[in-house]
Structures are given as C-alpha cells and as structure tokens.
Design a protein around this ligand. Structure first.
Ligand code: ADP
Ligand code: MG
Length: 240
C-alpha cells in the first residue's frame, strides 16, 4: 500500500531522510520509533505529501505521491492523520468537527454525515460528548474525537504521529485502547510513538530511525529482546 524506494529528503542543505526503503502492506501495523529529531514526523508527512520528497520513489496504492499528475486531494482521502496536538476546531461542537470534512470534501448529506459521526463517536466511546465543545473535553477525549474525525472519512490508512505525547499519563491508555481496537479490525496503520508497550503488543514491524535513517526494522519480539544495532540498544535503554 505504501512503498518508499531510495527516498531522500532535504530541508535546504539538511539531509533529513536518507535512503529510506520501507513497505507497508494492507492491514499491516508499522510502528516507528527513534530519538527526537530522527525524522519520524517528516517520514510520516511525506506519505500524504504534507512534505515533498527530494529524490527516490514513493507510491501509495501504486500511485506516485509526488507525480505532478497525481490528484493530491484524492490521494489524501486515503489517509486519516492524527497528530500530537488534536487540531480540533475550538468553535465547533464535537459532532460538527467530525461532519465538516465528509460534508465539504466528500459531499455527504448532513444527515448521513451525522449518523456516521455518531457511529464513530460510539466506537471511540464518547457519543455523549457530541454536542459539547472541544474545550469541555479532557485531552484523551479530544484525541478520541480526532480519531473519530479521521475514521469518518473512511480512510484506507491511518497515520498517527505521537498521538499520546501531549496527554497526561492517566489519559494515555484510553487513546491506545481505541488504536488497539482499530488494529484488531484490520486497519492499515503507521504509528510514530514512544509507547513501547503499544509497539510490542500491536506492531507487525518496528522501524527504528536515527539521524534520518532506518537503522533497524524487525518484528517487535526481536527488536525489544535483541536489538541488532548499538544505536537501537542505546535508545531502548533510555526509554524502557
Ligand atoms: P522527529 O519527528 O523524529 O522528532 P522530525 O521529522 O520532526 O523528527 O525532524 C527531523 C529533523 O528535521 C529535525 O532536525 C528537525 O529540526 C528538522 N526539520 C523538521 N521540519 C523542518 C522544516 N520544516 N524545516 C527545516 N528543518 C526541519
Ligand atoms: Mg516528530
């Protein structure tokens, strides 16, 4: 579904992604870990062309992401993206945060969009918050709204960039539980996180990045028990 072949990216003269090769198949859950500044967010943002790549090939469903002929808005509909900051519209009710894009972008009837929104709010466990404003919700609840908002666009792939990093520790679990449910249901997921327990439990593969490179890519059991690379060992000693 997603394929990076020899991808490089520069910010000016700074080489932020170095020779990235990575394949994500349908239904796979790939967890990306690594120190701050290693290029994890940039890699994620290249997938839906929030960032252009400098060289190499990047395809989604066989379509070249950076080809000028590619309809980028259509391509972006394949993705739901959840960020560390929830990015909800503060002046809109929870339900309206979720129905906005389906109505505006997909042309869904408002009534249908509301039904779909309620379905996903139920799924993330906060249907009773539909008519409240984001500021009336806890961080964990807001992040669950953000996930529901992504799902309401019926994406093929969900991208998560440190979705629990801005949350108080006691609220992390409720967001991870929603993500685990999605994973069990077969969603294709690429997740950047520092939650090593989640990686162990959910990942098909763990990708360890350092200084713009994929240093190691392995099954979680192998990665956590016996990392091959010294840089991965150093990282794990710090986070575990
Ligand atoms: P991570 O998500 O692993 O912490 P990032 O992908 O955010 O890493 O950043 C990787 C490196 O690229 C960092 O050194 C960061 O400062 C730099 N960087 C990120 N975005 C930009 C940008 N828009 N312009 C210039 N440098 C950037
Ligand atoms: Mg980041």
């Amino acid at each position: 579904m997603i394929e990076f072949r020899q991808v490089n990216k520069y910010f000016g003269s700074f080489h932020v992604l170095k020779n990235i090769n990575l394949t994500v198949k349908q239904g796979e859950k790939v967890v990306i870990v690594g120190p701050s500044g290693s290029g994890k967010s940039t890699l994620l943002r290249c997938i839906n062309r929030l960032e252009p790549i400098t060289s190499g090939e990047l395809t989604v469903d066989g379509i070249a992401v950076n080809d000028k002929k590619t309809d980028i808005n259509k391509l972006r509909r394949d993705f739901g993206m959840v960020f560390q900051q929830f990015n909800l519209y503060p002046h809109k009710k929870v339900i309206d945060n979720i129905t906005l894009a389906p109505i505006k972008v997909l042309g869904v009837e408002p009534k249908t969009a509301r039904e779909t929104a309620m379905f996903y709010l139920e799924k993330v466990g906060i249907a009773e918050k539909a008519d409240q404003y984001p500021s009336q919700l806890s961080g964990g609840q807001q992040q669950r709204v953000a996930i529901a908002r992504g799902l309401a666009m019926k994406p093929k792939i969900m991208l998560f960039d440190e979705p629990t990093s801005a949350l108080d520790p006691e609220l992390v679990g409720e967001v991870l539980d929603v993500m685990k449910t999605l994973a069990r249901e077969g969603m294709t997921m690429v997740v950047v996180t520092h939650e090593m327990g989640f990686a162990k439990e959910v990942a098909d593969r763990v990708v360890f990045m350092d200084q713009g490179q994929i240093v190691e890519e392995s099954a979680p059991a192998e990665f956590f028990a016996n990392p091959r690379e010294e840089r991965a060992r150093v990282f794990l000693r710090r986070v575990l």
